[in-house]
Write a protein that binds this ligand. Structure first.
Ligand SMILES: C[S@@+](CC[C@H](N)C(=O)[O-])C[C@H]1O[C@@H](n2cnc3c(N)ncnc32)[C@H](O)[C@@H]1O
Length: 357
């Protein structure tokens, strides 16, 4: 008999479902969030602010509310509804009853997300069992199976804390990290969930005057503009194509932020113009060169020290870890702490928060 997935790490005495109170009379479903490795704590913080999310174990939880709320999580790559079946192998999902329940489970997700095709993700997805499952689901859901681009991403995996298998169905046709505002993309563009995390950890203050030097496609500008009020915000980039790209993204997000084609090291702005400087520096591979960065980074730190207010915060995301950490060791004008290291697209940049000594 299929049954809902047990919470991964909950002690045995815990109820499998959160107890209903007057606010949780709608049926709860279990969900799991996917995040970039390194951003788990940020996502847990964001999840903690979702009203009615219950029985939270890391990024797994029960939720009786409208799933639409979960698609607004900004630190999350994808949100999945999850259900487990007490079957020893995926073949068990082909049983008459199991298949009926699986179809109903997936159909509800499709009703919500409007997916137009599906794909399966599982170890051995080429196997004959997976091929049969794909055929059965194609007929039952009346959705085309597209193994590469299918919008309803269905993951099958063994339960972590039980003998069965669980099925995860992605709520949205595209990952949540693929923002609707991104109408222009550039090589070296930052994953938007990282931009969100940088702003959350830098601190979000209404009175901040914010500078985003080297703004590229404007990811950090848009994500901050969407977070809420600030006193002022400006981005600059040397490359006119980057400036146009950032402007297009800001326009798509319906946010007015000034972006100028200016050298971040020679803005001509007065000292202490900003309370928060957020930067995604050239990493020395896709953007910039390692040799160039050896000169750029110290000049950048020096100019940002001038532009930052006394109590201001400087956030730096970089993949030039050795260079940047050596520069920090060799200076005494900044205090610094690491915010996170994140794994994204084959890179593992670190984020630092600096303040003036
Ligand atoms: C890593 S990319 C930034 C990517 C950006 N966060 C995004 O999401 O698209 C670095 C950017 O720095 C710009 N850049 C390099 N040196 C600069 C300088 N001295 N002043 C302003 N922009 C500069 C490059 O043109 C490039 O667009």
């Amino acid at each position: 008999m299929p049954r809902p997935a047990r919470p991964n790490s909950s002690p045995p005495q815990r109820p499998r479902k959160p107890r209903g109170d007057h606010r949780t009379r709608q049926p709860a479903h279990e969900y799991v969030l996917e995040v970039l490795p390194g951003l788990e704590a940020v996502a847990e913080g964001e999840l903690g602010a979702v009203p009615l999310a219950r029985d939270i174990r890391g990024l797994r939880f029960w939720y009786p509310g409208d799933p639409e709320r979960l698609t607004r999580l900004r630190s999350v790559v994808a949100a999945y509804r999850v259900r487990a079946w007490d079957v020893p192998r995926p073949r068990g999902l082909l049983g008459h009853q199991q298949l009926g329940e699986l179809t109903a489970f997936l159909a509800e997700v499709v009703r919500f997300g409007g997916h137009r095709s599906f794909r399966l993700a599982a170890a051995g997805r080429e196997s004959s069992v997976m091929a049969r499952l794909a055929d059965e689901l194609q007929a039952a859901l009346n959705l085309p199976h597209d193994p590469e681009e299918g919008e309803l991403l269905i993951r099958l995996r063994p339960q972590e804390d039980g003998p069965g298998w669980e099925v995860l169905a992605r709520l949205t046709p595209r990952p949540l990290s693929a923002r609707a505002w991104r109408v222009c993309n550039r090589g070296g563009g930052l994953n938007a969930t990282i931009a969100y995390a940088l702003h959350k950890l830098a601190g979000q203050r209404d009175e901040d005057r914010i500078f985003n030097p080297m703004s590229g496609s404007g990811t950090l500008l848009v994500e901050r503009a969407l977070l809420g009020p600030y006193d002022a915000m400006v981005g600059v980039d040397l490359d006119p194509a980057a400036v146009a790209c950032a402007r297009a993204n800001l326009q798509a997000a319906r946010r007015e932020v000034e972006v100028a084609q200016v050298d971040a090291l020679h803005t001509g702005l007065p000292a202490r113009s900003f309370d928060l400087i957020v930067s995604d520096l050239p990493w020395g591979d896709a953007i910039g060169t390692h040799g160039g960065n050896a000169e750029l980074y110290p000049a950048f730190l020096s100019e940002m020290h001038r532009l930052l207010s006394r109590q201001g915060r400087l956030v730096v995301l970089t993949h030039e870890l050795r260079l940047f950490e050596r520069l920090l060791r060799e200076q005494d004008r900044w205090h610094a702490r690491e915010l996170f290291q994140v794994y994204s697209g084959g890179h593992h940049p670190k984020a630092y928060l600096l303040g003036k000594r």
